[in-house]
Design a protein around this ligand. Structure first.
Ligand SMILES: NC(=O)c1ccc[n+]([C@@H]2O[C@H](COP(=O)([O-])OP(=O)(O)OC[C@H]3O[C@@H](n4cnc5c(N)ncnc54)[C@H](O)[C@@H]3O)[C@@H](O)[C@H]2O)c1
Length: 273
């Protein structure tokens, strides 16, 4: 990998991953809608919109691999999800293929499977259960990744990111927290391992309260170096209520799952897969 594109480089994860990736590749091209400040050594900057054909072409030109973080990262109206996360991601993959890109790491989300009950172990082979329109767009992105691997020969790693913020503050986050270091290491594997078709893995650190069996990631060489467990005493002792209604408290996606839920909460959580 000589030149790697990081989309969404101005976002919460992107800003930190940009720092983590400093020096990892000869050229890191950082891109976002927003101003990204001056280029550091070894960096190129492309400010642009993945929904704009000219901007996309400038983003992918001469690139070997892409870490695709850019897009809407929470629930939004359908028109926006469709335009940015669905059409924008499809068009970015299309442009990447035309530019000869060999690898893509797709920032998927736990919300692709957010309607599974808590405690139900998932390993990436289960059928999707998106918990919102945003989660549905991530299911689309995983399908798109499979299609571009099968039909166009691009090696793609879909990473269902858990909770990538400074530290976990709720019981749910103790299960799905991922450090920026672990997430960056996992994304780098997606770009660098010699053989890759398409795999779905979980972006999660080594947390004892996880609901995810990440053996596919481990098989690819991922060894998480951080754990949410150091915050267990603090979170267990905290009386800050977890957000969301009784649906949110029962499912892996938490509050994303319940904002518009109209049904009987008892029917959301089947005993078995
Ligand atoms: N933060 C998490 O814990 C988490 C969990 C699961 C998945 N993810 C995924 O990881 C990625 C990064 O998440 P984040 O928390 O940093 O989100 P974020 O919202 O902070 O950053 C997303 C970035 O994408 C950019 N963007 C939005 N629309 C764009 C467009 N049309 N063209 C170009 N850039 C555009 C935004 O300007 C923003 O800087 C997202 O794809 C998100 O869905 C994050």
């Amino acid at each position: 990998m000589k030149r790697v594109l990081l989309t969404g480089a101005g976002g919460g994860i992107g800003k930190r991953m940009r720092r983590e990736l400093s020096g990892a590749y000869p050229i890191l091209r950082v891109s976002d809608l927003t101003d990204l400040g001056p280029a550091a050594d070894g960096e190129e900057i492309v400010v642009g919109d993945i929904c704009d054909p000219g901007d996309r072409a400038r983003m992918v030109d001469g690139v070997d691999g892409i870490i695709h973080l850019g897009g809407l990262s929470v629930e939004n109206p359908w028109e926006d999800i469709l335009r940015v996360n669905i059409d924008g991601t499809y068009r970015l993959y299309e442009a990447a293929f035309e530019a000869g890109v060999k690898r893509i790491v797709f920032a998927s989300s736990n919300h692709a499977v957010g309607f599974y009950p808590r405690g139900h172990m998932l390993d990436g082979t289960e059928r999707p259960r998106p918990d919102c329109r945003y989660g549905l767009s991530k299911v689309f992105g995983e399908g798109l990744s499979q299609y571009f691997a099968d039909n166009y020969g691009i090696g793609i790693l879909s990473v269902r990111i858990g909770w990538c913020f400074a530290k976990p503050e709720t019981q749910r986050q103790l299960g799905c927290w991922v450090s920026i270091g672990d997430l960056t290491r996992l994304c780098r594997l997606g770009l660098e391992i010699p053989e890759l078709h398409h795999e779905i893995v979980y972006g999660v650190s080594d947390n004892s309260r996880t609901w995810w069996d990440n053996s596919t990631a481990r098989r690819l060489g991922f060894t998480p170096q951080d754990t949410a467990d150091v915050w267990i005493p603090e979170v267990d002792a905290s009386d800050v209520p977890e957000p969301g209604n009784e649906v949110a408290l029962g499912v892996q996606g938490g509050p994303f799952a319940s904002t518009e839920y109209q049904g009987d909460p008892g029917r959301v959580v089947p005993a078995k897969r």
